[in-house]
Design a protein. Sequence first.
Lengths: 186, 186
Amino acid sequence: MAVSARRGEPLTLEEISSTALRLMDEGGVEGLSMRKLAAELDVNPMSLYHHVESKEALLRLVCHGAAERMHLPPDDGASWQDQLRALALTYHRHAREHPALWTYVHNHPEIVSDRRMRLWQVLYRILRLAGVPEAELCRTGDVLHAFVSGLVLFETQGHITDDPEEIDRTFDTAVNLIVRGLEGSR
Amino acid sequence: MAVSARRGEPLTLEEISSTALRLMDEGGVEGLSMRKLAAELDVNPMSLYHHVESKEALLRLVCHGAAERMHLPPDDGASWQDQLRALALTYHRHAREHPALWTYVHNHPEIVSDRRMRLWQVLYRILRLAGVPEAELCRTGDVLHAFVSGLVLFETQGHITDDPEEIDRTFDTAVNLIVRGLEGSR
DNA sequence: ACCTGAACACCGTTCAAGT
DNA sequence: ACCTGAACACCGTTCAAGT
């Protein structure tokens, strides 16, 4: 088994993925390139292709990893309104911690639309609690996710403002609008 | 005045901008590069820089042009609900005609957040009609636009579905949710 | 098995030179 | 005033070769 000439140990997927995420956090979407990542790992650019099929596959990996690590609120018996608020807040906070990653996610909806993601199970449970009919569950879930995506996209691009208090107010306005919209549909 | 060796007439901004839009319509965001655009115009890549400062400036130009050409519904005295629906429909339709352009717009919110855009004037008028207090106008407008952005982004990336009937249903679900959310806030 | 260097086909953009 | 070619500093990725 041959290892890198420059470093002592073989690469791991975990190492590749976490370094990629760090580069995105630091330098935005354009902060991550296969070549910069390789340099950061002190490795030849082409070595990466032994662990990952393409840049796209790498980004999928990073996104799925981050989504798995997102700790979703459990069913605590609270009202669906409060649970929906809590879920939105979790998502929102995670997105603001990794803005470049989530910008990528929201531009590649096939990643987040993977229905195996726990996010959807939690959202559907809350929507059922809210009285959304079974036949409308998927569509309503899509719409809500699209809404939150749009909001996150706006914020992470620094459009709305940088003032954290203002961000919270905007977030509240958005979530309240959604909650009232759902209440009105019963 | 020297003109292109390859073509008889000097370039115009209009020609550059409309060709760029066509390339985006045909080949997505990555379908437009300065080099491909130049080839399409039968001109040296560097000639473009005489008319446009950078690729970013070119895209701004294309976006603003497209936004100006979008024909917004006039105040026809209908209920704010119907007027909001009509506005959303116009925006939605335009976005679906130029998906790559609007994907770019939604990822560069500084473009659409330009408050000189007529879109905002129309939206604010409708929101006032809906009874949104003056102090909340800007925030509510941002939230609504973020919502629609997210929806459009999802759709144009082919996430939700390609079935036009399903798209319309999803759009209706979204707009109804927003309208009810606004009604509930009065 | 894992890593590497050279190479290919692309980018956006600068700069000095042409007419 | 407008256009051009060569060049620079980047990309992602293929491929044949090394250990």
